[in-house]
Design a binder for this molecule. Structure first.
Ligand SMILES: [Fe+2]
Length: 267
């Protein structure tokens, strides 16, 4: 028992990410409804501070979601944080997560699920369900942290780009439409060439926000949607329509030459 709470379960794992990446992820409230779309339908932030954040979240079922007020609070002087449900289903519980750095790119995660449920067998059942949920959340987070670290590593090691052609031939419009979507490289930049709403377009494969790979990003109404935080970028201008202060790298243009053959051009 811990202040009247019952220990429902303990979850332990090692993630292939540095302590710095894990803390970055813990403070990143914004990714919940996007990266963890199967566990969170929506989130409205109340506050985000150095100590953590508090938000109203909607959890499935999507057609009839439940609202919870969640607070994530760092424990001062320790590599530990508490996730508490302040209102809604499960209110009063305390999920205590302790982090232990185990090397440059490895962190131990120890989670204790302290529940307001008093009945031990009920608490055990809820605890097991929480372990299932946390396994999925940490799987998704680990993949994101590995990709983000790879993005940072490449950026740190970046050397001046060698002279790369600023335009490449793609072929006839029919052949391009038949092949799309496909990947190409122009001016040292990898892009995805695709057809969207009847138009051919190309976009950069790195989200300018935190470096998410956009290789398989969803397209919605003329925008590329980042899978990590849901940021949208116009296919034609790279601009974000929601006032975010980041912009997708200058999009390569698909232009026709005198013979009607298409080129991918950064000019
Ligand atoms: Fe996460």
């Amino acid at each position: 028992m811990n202040g009247g709470l019952t220990l429902g379960a303990v979850y332990e794992r090692t993630v292939a990410a540095s302590l710095e990446r894990v803390w970055e992820n813990v403070h990143d409230w914004e990714h919940l409804p996007f990266l963890h779309a199967s566990s969170f339908c929506d989130l409205v932030l109340e506050t985000a501070e150095p100590w953590g954040w508090r938000a109203r979240v909607q959890v499935p079922p999507r057609e009839n979601p439940r609202e919870l007020l969640i607070e994530l609070r760092r424990e001062e002087g320790a590599e530990r944080y508490h996730t508490r449900t302040l209102a809604g289903f499960g209110a009063g519980g305390d999920i205590a997560t302790t982090l232990e750095p185990r090397g440059d790119r490895e962190t131990g995660v120890h989670v204790e699920f302290w529940l307001s449920e008093q009945d031990p067998s009920q608490a055990k059942a809820i605890g097991q369900a929480m372990v299932g949920l946390y396994t999925r959340l940490w799987d998704e987070d680990e993949e994101m942290m590995i990709q983000r670290q790879a993005f940072l590593d490449v950026r740190r090691a970046a050397e001046p780009a060698p002279e790369c052609p600023k335009a490449i031939a793609l072929g006839s419009p029919e052949s391009v439409r038949a092949r799309a979507p496909f990947f190409a490289e122009v001016g040292g930049q990898r892009v995805r060439v695709l057809e969207h709403q009847g138009q051919l377009a190309a976009h950069s494969l790195v989200c300018p926000h935190l470096g998410a790979p956009l290789d398989g990003a969803e397209l919605r109404e003329g925008h590329v949607v980042c899978p990590w935080h849901g940021y949208r970028f116009s296919l034609s201008t790279g601009l974000n329509p929601d006032g975010r202060r980041c912009r997708l790298a200058h999009p390569a243009q698909i232009v026709a030459d005198a013979a009607g053959e298409l080129q991918l051009s950064l000019a």
